[in-house]
Design a protein around this ligand. Structure first.
Ligand code: ADP
Length: 168
């Protein structure tokens, strides 16, 4: 799919309409990609996040990007891995709800980190499969809308899993 690309690197460096943050339910910052995004965006991001009063798992909320090169940040909350079937649905929801929100705001490019695969413990291989299935289905269902999706792997292992998925 030409609208679906993989990169390996730091999502905070991307000049794009929106980057997705793998946030926690408080939306008040954390470790990993969340910490990196708040660090790069500056304190105004946290100030806007405080007005949002948190976010449920699988849902998504949007803020401006402030000092980031990205115009907007879409904050979504991945499931904390438990091994239940619900984890799969909630992870899928993160990708779908983020894309729906981007489209609602007339955005045309979005980059995702590997949601839930860090501190939240989702195994990387099934998470990659769920992520690619979700975004591919979304692109197929919205083929009349121009959306460029970047799947941003931070580490080499995730990048390799993504390359395997994109060939499927
Ligand atoms: P979660 O709590 O959803 O598991 P983490 O931030 O702990 O979120 O990890 C999610 C993924 O984000 C991991 O694969 C991690 O390697 C990756 N990551 C961490 N920092 C960055 C970054 N600056 N850019 C892109 N991905 C990142």
């Amino acid at each position: 799919m030409e609208n679906l690309k993989i990169i390996q690197g730091d999502i905070t460096k991307l000049t794009i309409d929106a980057i997705v943050n793998a946030a926690n339910k408080s939306l008040l910052g954390g470790l990993g990609v969340d910490g990196a995004i708040h660090q790069a965006a500056g304190p105004q991001l946290l100030a806007e996040c405080r007005q949002l009063h948190g976010c449920e798992t699988g849902q998504a909320k949007i803020t401006k990007g402030y000092k980031l090169p990205a115009k907007f940040v879409i904050h979504t909350v991945g499931p904390i891995y438990s091994g239940s079937k619900q984890d799969i649905e909630l992870l899928k929801d993160c990708y779908i709800n983020s894309l729906d929100l981007a489209k609602d705001h007339n955005l045309h490019s979005i980059a995702f980190p590997a949601i839930s695969t860090g501190a939240y413990g989702f195994p990387a291989a099934p998470a990659a499969h769920i992520a690619f299935t979700a975004v591919r289905n979304w692109l197929t269902e919205h083929s009349d809308y121009q959306m460029k999706i970047i799947m941003c792997a931070f580490d080499a292992k995730t990048a390799e899993l993504y390359r395997t998925e994109v060939k499927k």
